[in-house]
Design a protein. Structure first.
Length: 278
């Protein structure tokens, strides 16, 4: 498979996707010390039903710029590359770009643009508009700037108010609907991967995307971008850096070593980073 036909053929038959974020040892360790050093985010995109690896994504923002995300996340830029990982391939197919912006409250809300690398064209964009009552809403645009999909989540979910690695506190749900008709099109769920990761890297999450009916490969790709954008916007802060938790109470020195099987200090994108990663 070559060109944009590759990712289209791969995404076309998929009905359920799983996006798994990877722990970074330097980021987790620095958060335990009270000052988090932002490292590049990495994600594995898999078929939830078959477990096949489809894509992997790696943040390509430079180190200095990444640190701005902790100070002014609405304004700071970031870039992320999405590579093909199906059948051992290693080729960039998408690029997500969020530019510097002067954002404040409801003014100039954050957005990210997704580009098809092979075609050299824009695939679409995702933005988070200002909403009333604190509810969470994200809008997805096509390449022409027309809003086609939206994701909505209640601000009263336990996963937002009291995030914990068990029960209803471990999940945050979003309904995906058509922007014109309001017809349900799918759902997205953010979940905490497990107790150990939560204790040392509470900003590492999994995202499950379910498609209710026929979707175009392009729109499925935009849902992957939406999940990553959500992670940057809402779930990218390690609570340990703020002193909200004290993992040393749970034997941090011993348990932190066990994160080595799912942690990395290398921010360069490598397909084998996700081999055996569940």
């Amino acid at each position: 498979m070559a060109g944009n036909d590759a990712w289209m053929e791969i995404l076309a038959p998929r009905q359920n996707l799983m996006i798994k974020e990877k722990v970074n040892l330097i980021e987790a360790a620095s958060a335990l010390m009270g000052t988090e050093i932002e490292m590049g985010n990495k994600y594995a995109v898999k078929d939830k039903d078959t477990g096949e690896s489809l894509f992997y994504a790696a943040e390509s923002t430079d180190c200095c710029t990444r640190q701005c995300q902790t100070v002014c996340p609405d304004c700071a830029p970031w870039n992320l590359d999405i590579m093909l990982a199906y059948n051992g391939e290693n080729r960039k197919v998408f690029k997500m770009e969020k530019e510097w912006s002067l954002a404040c409250c409801c003014f100039n809300r954050p957005s990210v643009t997704i580009f098809d690398v092979d075609a050299g064209t824009e695939t679409g964009a995702v933005r988070q508009p200002c909403t009333l009552c604190g509810n969470l809403k994200f809008e997805v645009d096509d390449p022409e700037g027309n809003e086609i999909l939206e994701a909505n989540g209640s601000c009263c979910q336990l996963g937002l108010c009291l995030p914990l690695p068990c029960g209803p506190c471990s999940e945050v749900h979003f309904d995906i609907s058509d922007s014109d008709s309001g017809e349900p099109r799918g759902s997205m769920t953010k979940s905490v991967p497990g107790c150990l990761k939560f204790l040392f890297a509470s900003d590492v999450d999994n995202y499950e995307i379910n498609f209710f009916e026929s979707w175009s490969p392009r729109d499925k790709a935009l849902m992957v971008a939406l999940a990553i954008f959500m992670d940057f916007r809402l779930f990218n802060t390690n609570r340990n850096a703020d002193g909200d938790t004290d993992p040393t109470d749970f034997g941090a020195e011993e348990q932190l070593q066990s994160l080595g099987s799912v942690a990395t200090t290398d921010i360069s994108p490598q397909p084998n980073d996700f081999d055996g990663y569940n």
